[in-house]
Design a protein around this ligand. Structure first.
Ligand code: 6GU
Length: 235
């Protein structure tokens, strides 16, 4: 997959996405990540990318023209253009699965108080990563590109690694344990030590449903958990 980011601060995206699994995916060619800085598409001596808001108010607004020119340079017929803004549709796992099928994603990262509204129609989608305000779209781009990259076939070595995971089927994942079997007095649940694959699968399924019901009743499968017996409050 090809991904381009239109950003005044490319290092905010390039650096975190150079580590770990996504870093390796880039080295191995599963992900080609490019950057366009609107500042490189200005023509004035000061390379101006922002200006005061019409109607007054605090902060600065990113100008439309440098963003438009950057976009024009990379946009192809098969490009899907995403404007990152807290006003956008909330990002989630089903959308990550949809975006992972695209050939070319372009992210436009707003900064300062926002981008000139006339840029909005250039995008195919406005996207937010949650109900809080970031200093700019870059950390959101990192989150979205990370979530999408790990879904590209071949990026994760265990092919089933994305099948049983959190949010697939609207469930949180069952808890994980590794050695030692007893850590500071706390034991690993018996079922996981049984070697009985059917029992382990059942334990994980029950845990996943109970956990989702308690922690995230808003998820699709959040209402399915069997209520724990009265008086036996679990911690
Ligand atoms: Cl995409 N941008 C900004 N600036 N803040 C956000 C966001 C995006 N998503 C959540 N908060």
């Amino acid at each position: 997959m090809r991904v381009d980011a239109v950003t005044l601060f490319p290092a905010m995206i390039d650096s975190p996405l150079s580590e770990s699994i996504v870093g390796r995916a880039r080295e191995e060619g599963f992900l080609e990540l490019g950057f366009l800085n609107p500042r490189d598409f200005t023509e004035d001596r000061h390379r101006t990318v922002d200006d005061k808001p019409y109607g007054g108010g605090t902060g600065m607004v990113m100008m439309a023209e440098p963003v438009y020119r950057a976009l024009k340079k990379v946009r192809k017929k098969n490009s899907f253009v995403i404007l990152l803004t807290p006003k956008g549709r909330r990002f989630d796992q089903p959308l990550a699965l949809e975006l992972a099928k695209k050939k070319h994603l372009i992210f436009i990262c707003g900064h300062y108080e926002g981008i000139d509204e006339r840029v909005t129609p250039l995008a195919d989608m406005e996207l937010s990563i949650g109900d809080y305000v970031l200093t700019g779209g870059e950390p959101a781009a990192v989150a979205v590109i990370d979530a999408v990259t790990r879904l590209i076939p071949g990026v994760l070595k265990k092919e089933d690694a994305t099948v049983n995971e959190t949010f697939t089927g609207g469930l949180l994942e069952a808890p994980h344990y590794t050695r030692p079997g007893v850590w500071r007095g706390e034991k690993v649940p018996e079922a996981l030590l049984s070697g009985n694959h059917k029992l382990i699968a059942e334990w994980r399924s029950t845990q996943a449903r109970e956990l989702t019901g308690k922690a995230r009743p808003d998820l699709p499968a959040g209402g399915q958990a069997k209520k724990p017996a009265r008086g036996k409050k679990k911690i």
